[in-house]
Design a protein around this ligand. Structure first.
Ligand SMILES: [Zn+2]
Length: 321
C-alpha cells in the first residue's frame, strides 16, 4: 500500500500523492510522521491542520464557557492525535461537531464522536440523507456508517449557534463541492470555515458524482466573498489560511478556465480533443497538484459543462472574447 502514497513536496508542505479517489481519506499507513498543528485565530477559536502528510481537511475548534464546537474531524488514522489536540486546547469533550460535507477526510471519525455521549453531530439535510442511505465516500469507495455516525441536528438553508460569544452561522451552498455543503461563519470573529468550497493554492475538487457542479462551486465561492471583507480570515478545506484576495484570485482562475473549455465545447470539440489541446497548460505550474491535476481539472470542467449544454441548450450563453 505504501507505494500508492508516494509523497512529493509543494510549496514547502508535504502533501500525499493519491489515486483519484483517495483524497476522501482512510489512509492507514505512515501516519506516525503526520501530526496536527494548531493556530489560535481568536480568543476562543483555533484552526487545526495536518503537517508532514495528508491529515484530511482543515479543522476548527471553538472553545469557551458554553462548550466545544468542532468543524470536521479528519480520518480514523488521525483520531488519537486529534483527541490530543482537543485535550490540549479544550480539556473537555466536543459538544457540537459540524460536518461541512460527506467526504471521509472530513467525516472520518463520525462513528467515534457520534458515539460519545456529549457530542451532537450537525450537518446539512442532504449530507445526512446521503450518509444515512449510502454512507461516506472514502478511498475505498462509499462505506456504510454506524447509526452513531449520523448527524442528529440537520438544517435546510441556514442555521445559527449562539455559543462562546459568537454567532456561528451555518450556511448551505447548493450543488457546489457536493450537494450538501456547509460553510461556517464566525460572525464577530470575522472568520469563515469554507469546507471544501476552497482549496487554497490548488485546483479545486468539484465532486460531480456527489452533486457538485462548476457553476455551483463558483457561486458558493462568491457567496463566501459576499460574507467577507478585507480582514476576514478564511479557513479553506485544504491548504493554508487565506484572505479574500486569495479567494478572488481562485474564482478568477476557475471562471477563466471555465470560459476556455466552454468555448471549445461550443466549437464541438470532444473531451479527447480538449485534453489533447491542454487549454489550462499555463495554469499548471501554479495550480496543479497530485489529486486534481491539470488534466483532471480539464476533465471535470468538460464533463460538467458539456452535460449542461445538452440539458439546457436554450440557456447556453455565448461568451464574448
Ligand atoms: Zn471534500
Amino acid at each position: 500500500m505504501k507505494s500508492r502514497f508516494v509523497r512529493f513536496m509543494k510549496k514547502g508542505i508535504f502533501l500525499s500523492s493519491f489515486t483519484a479517489t483517495a483524497l476522501f481519506g482512510s489512509i492507514n499507513n505512515a501516519s506516525a510522521e503526520i501530526t496536527f498543528k494548531h493556530t489560535q485565530l481568536a480568543d476562543n477559536l483555533y484552526m487545526i491542520e495536518g503537517q508532514g502528510g495528508f491529515a484530511g481537511g482543515n479543522l476548527a475548534l471553538s472553545v469557551g464557557s458554553d462548550g466545544v464546537i468542532m468543524i470536521d474531524n479528519s480520518m480514523p488514522n488521525m483520531l488519537k492525535k486529534l483527541n490530543d489536540q482537543i485535550k490540549t486546547l479544550a480539556g473537555k469533550p466536543v459538544d457540537f461537531l459540524i460536518n461541512t460535507h460527506i467526504h471521509g477526510d472530513h467525516t472520518g471519525n463520525n462513528n467515534y464522536f457520534g458515539s460519545q455521549k456529549d457530542t451532537r453531530i450537525i450537518a446539512h439535510d442532504k449530507a445526512y440523507n446521503f450518509m444515512k442511505s449510502q454512507g461516506v465516500p472514502t478511498s475505498n469507495g462509499v462505506i456504510k456508517v454506524e447509526p452513531s455516525a449520523l448527524p442528529v441536528i440537520t438544517y435546510n438553508n441556514e442555521m445559527s449557534l449562539r455559543l462562546n460569544d459568537a454567532t456561528i452561522q451555518l450556511i448551505h451552498v447548493a450543488q457546489a463541492h457536493t450537494d450538501g455543503d456547509t460553510i461556517v461563519v464566525f460572525k464577530e470573529q470575522n472568520i469563515i470555515h469554507a469546507g471544501d468550497i476552497f482549496f487554497n493554492g490548488m485546483f479545486p475538487f468539484i465532486d460531480l458524482a456527489h452533486g457538485g457542479s462548476v457553476d455551483g462551486y463558483i457561486n458558493a465561492q462568491k457567496r463566501i466573498l459576499s460574507l467577507a471583507d478585507d480582514n476576514t480570515r478564511i479557513i479553506p478545506g485544504h491548504g493554508p489560511i487565506a484572505t479574500t484576495k486569495t479567494l478572488r484570485n481562485t474564482i478568477s482562475m476557475i471562471e477563466d478556465s471555465k470560459q476556455r473549455i466552454q468555448a471549445m465545447i461550443n466549437k464541438g470539440l470532444s473531451q479527447k480533443d480538449v485534453l489533447q489541446a491542454n487549454p489550462l497548460a499555463d495554469l499548471h505550474k501554479k495550480w496543479n497538484w497530485s489529486f486534481i491535476t491539470t488534466e483532471k481539472m480539464t476533465q471535470t470542467l468538460y464533463r460538467d459543462l458539456s452535460k449542461q449544454g445538452r440539458e439546457k441548450p436554450a440557456l447556453k450563453i455565448e461568451h464574448k472574447h
